[in-house]
Design a protein around this ligand. Structure first.
Ligand code: FMN
Length: 348
């Protein structure tokens, strides 16, 4: 079947045209001045890729693994809450799209669907993102269900101590929770959200689940080292797509320092502004095992449900293959360390 969309910007335009203005802004926006959101993109644009030629690139191997889980390619869909605002079948549809494109999905802890149903909805590998709301009993029960449903890891998001001030939503008088009509969970979110999370909770998490644990939202060497000492196996370099701390560093800029500090003791995932095959190659060359995409997949969901997600991921995969070939690279697990370098440009 001929795919409905042929480029990623076309998908983004279709999503924008279909979505109500407030939902579009909720997805596209960032915190306050949106400096972090733009910086993610600029940091990627400041990196150049070396153009290596005269290498036989007929065979390109995109296969890799994360925490022992084999993956057909090194891209994952980042956890996103509120998917129902983008498609009526939200997380289920995202799972179907990821399954069709054989792509690792991180299910958001803010999902409106039971974890069991999402696990059954799509054939691709899945990991679970946790929001710890302060009630350990509730979290332990949830994690038992996550384990039983076949998720391969649990990743605690740590950069939402309080919710970032998303000014587009504030200006639009738009409350995504209200828009989703989430019924208050009697044992659910602590009013202070995750404000009281500390390393003690990470230790507790490690003792509470049999699954390998990750932390999402680490941006400093100090926190990454501490995470490894706490037994964390997946370090996720992320500023939440610029939706939390405004004026944080671009994620791909923080990446090499964190890769060095971790020194192979944990696996690295990065996200923030990655939306092209060239971007993915940059993240991998700088030491991430897997690059995660948020909005790039979200626009696919909004544009055409599972088919849109699969289409976006397939285009991204095709772009990655093309970039690998034109950069003289044949295997994502053995990229030339000098492949990506910073260029001095005032504007990109
Ligand atoms: C609509 C939306 C909802 C999100 N919800 C969550 C969430 O529930 N949990 C989480 O850890 N991150 C969440 N994020 C952040 C993403 O996981 C990811 O870090 C970010 O989107 C990556 O940047 P990108 O969109 O530029 O690829 C959300 C992002 C968006 C756009």
């Amino acid at each position: 079947m001929t795919p409905r969309f042929v480029t990623l910007p076309e998908i983004r335009r279709a999503a924008r045209a279909r979505l109500p203005r407030d939902a579009w802004n909720f997805g596209a926006g960032g915190a306050e001045t949106e400096t972090t959101r733009r910086r993610n993109r600029r940091a990627l644009d400041r990196l150049a890729i070396a153009q290596r030629v005269l290498v036989d690139v007929r065979e390109i191997d995109l296969r890799t693994s994360l925490l022992g889980v084999p993956l057909s390619w090194p891209v994952a869909v980042a956890p996103m809450g509120g998917l129902v605002l983008f498609h009526a079948a939200g997380d289920l549809e995202m799972a179907r799209g990821c399954g069709a494109a054989d792509t690792l999905q991180f299910l958001s802890g803010a999902t409106g669907w039971p974890v069991e149903e999402v696990a059954k909805a799509g054939a691709g590998p899945k990991m679970f993102q946790l929001y710890h709301h302060g009630d350990r009993g509730w979290v332990a029960e949830l994690l038992a269900r996550v384990e039983a449903s076949g998720y391969h890891a649990v990743c605690l998001t740590v950069d939402v101590q309080v919710l970032g001030r998303r000014e587009r939503d504030i200006l639009n008088r738009y409350d995504p929770r209200e828009a989703m009509r989430i019924a208050p969970n009697p044992r659910g979110p602590d009013p202070e959200y995750q404000a009281r999370l500390t390393w003690d909770d990470v230790d507790w998490l490690g003792k509470t689940t049999r699954l390998p644990i990750g932390l999402k939202g680490l941006m400093t060497v100090r926190d990454a080292r501490r995470a490894v000492e706490a037994g964390v196996r997946l370090v996720w370099v992320s500023n939440h797509g610029g939706r939390q701390l405004d004026h944080a560093e671009g994620a791909v800029d923080a990446l090499p320092r964190i890769v060095d500090a971790v020194g192979g003791r944990a696996e690295i995932v990065v996200d923030g502004g990655f939306g092209r095959g060239t971007d993915v190659l940059k993240g991998l060359a700088r030491g991430a095992a897997v690059v995660a995409v948020g909005r790039a997949a979200l626009w696919g969901l909004a544009a055409d449900g599972a088919a849109g997600v699969a289409c976006a991921l397939d285009i991204l995969r095709r772009e990655l293959r093309t970039t690998m070939a034109l950069a003289g690279q044949t295997c994502v697990r053995r990229l030339d360390p000098e492949l990506v370098f910073r260029v001095d440009e005032n504007r990109s």
